[in-house]
Write a protein that binds this ligand. Structure first.
Ligand code: SAM
Length: 340
């Protein structure tokens, strides 16, 4: 019997996967390049980088985002690599912000170039920042990231705070024997500042990072370490908020978030789709299945072909990832290319 023809995707087709998860959030890795070499993310020995021709151009990105937004994407996060090292990124953001129906654009940055880009980012429409900061100690910052940039990053955070960026979330990858003696200092920071301190479980990703079994700490153990500061009260999070479980110490200005991809999967409510710096669509950070969207675009693919690729990737979204705290699982991708 002949197979029925595949339905043609329409511009207003909603993005829902096979497990009834509605996909409304697209993360774009703008570049695989980074001005830091964080021990948990980019191996010090990583010398290969993508040729700039391998990156999707801003025009190509705008086309994909425009189509995705027409199909139901409401939130976009710019990440990488380090998004602020890509040339003319703020004019790209201005054009992104002009896409009708895109409600929320956020940026994840290491903060090294934040102070110099803060005004342009604000003018382009960014208000919500995630900033990686795994230590509050200058020398340790140098050890973890390979660069003596703590003061620059802190100056960027202070400037962004004074300018009114909000929320500002500080991403702390929790690593036993590296920064676990600072959990209380980070907890105290949430008492007096408006920041959301987000402890992220160390994920065994990519080759050549410092990940090893003994470095992983589960979110529950991190939480126990914060107990001397008092009890943590749950904070309700909004529709657009991510997978962090958020709490607050009584009377605190800021909050504490726990992101536990390993110990406490949030796959059942994952609403994300990713576009890697090489132009591959990926429906799960931690599962190595990709659709080569750049090949489709550069072969002259029309809008319908792009919509079909978006839908096919979403229909291939796994129910859950299989990565475990002992390093087993099926994810070998490099964080900086996929977009963390
Ligand atoms: N350059 C930007 C930055 O530093 O924030 C954006 C890219 S970075 C890959 C994004 C996030 O990925 C960082 O906040 C970091 O916490 C997280 N990340 C990278 N490798 C990780 C790992 N192995 N485990 C947990 N989180 C990781």
């Amino acid at each position: 019997m002949p197979r029925p023809p595949e339905p043609t995707p329409t511009a207003d087709q909603r993005l829902t996967d096979l497990f009834d998860r509605s996909i409304s959030y697209l993360r774009l890795s703008l570049t695989d390049q980074c001005n830091l070499r964080c021990c948990y993310c980019t191996p010090k020995t990583l010398t290969e980088k993508l040729d700039s021709l391998e990156l999707l151009t801003y025009e190509e990105l705008l086309r994909v985002v425009g189509l995705a937004v027409a199909m139901g994407i409401r939130k976009v996060r710019l990440t990488g690599g380090e998004p602020l090292v890509r040339r003319n990124v703020t004019s790209f953001i201005e054009r992104l912000a002009a896409i009708d129906g895109l409600e929320d654009i956020r940026l994840t940055t290491n903060g090294v170039l934040l102070a110099e880009h803060a005004e342009a980012l604000y003018a382009a429409g960014i208000r919500k920042l995630n900033i990686s900061l795994d230590t509050l100690r200058r020398e340790r910052y140098h050890e973890i990231t390979g660069a003596d940039c703590f003061d620059r990053v802190w100056a960027g955070i202070e400037k962004a705070t004074a300018m009114g960026f909000a929320p500002i979330k500080l991403n702390v990858v929790a690593m036993k024997g590296v920064n676990d003696d600072e959990f209380l200092d980070f907890g105290r920071l949430s008492l007096s500042t408006p920041y959301q301190i987000r402890f992220i479980e160390f994920m065994p990703m990519g080759k050549g990072t410092t990940w090893e079994k003994g470095r992983y700490i589960a979110a529950t153990a991190i939480r126990e370490r914060l107990a001397p500061l008092g009890s943590l009260e749950p904070v309700a999070s909004g529709r657009m908020e991510g997978p962090a479980r958020v709490f607050r110490f009584a009377g605190a200005t800021g909050s504490i978030g726990f992101i536990s991809p390993i110990s406490h999967h949030f796959c059942d409510r994952c609403n994300r789709l990713r576009l890697t710096s090489e132009g591959k669509l990926r429906s799960c950070l931690l599962t190595d299945r990709e659709t080569d969207l750049k090949a489709i675009i550069r072969a002259g693919g029309n809008d319908e072909a792009i919509r079909k690729a978006l839908i096919a990737t979403i229909l291939d979204k796994p129910k859950g990832h299989t990565l475990a705290g002992d390093g087993s699982g099926n994810c070998h991708g490099q964080m900086s290319r996929i977009g963390g």
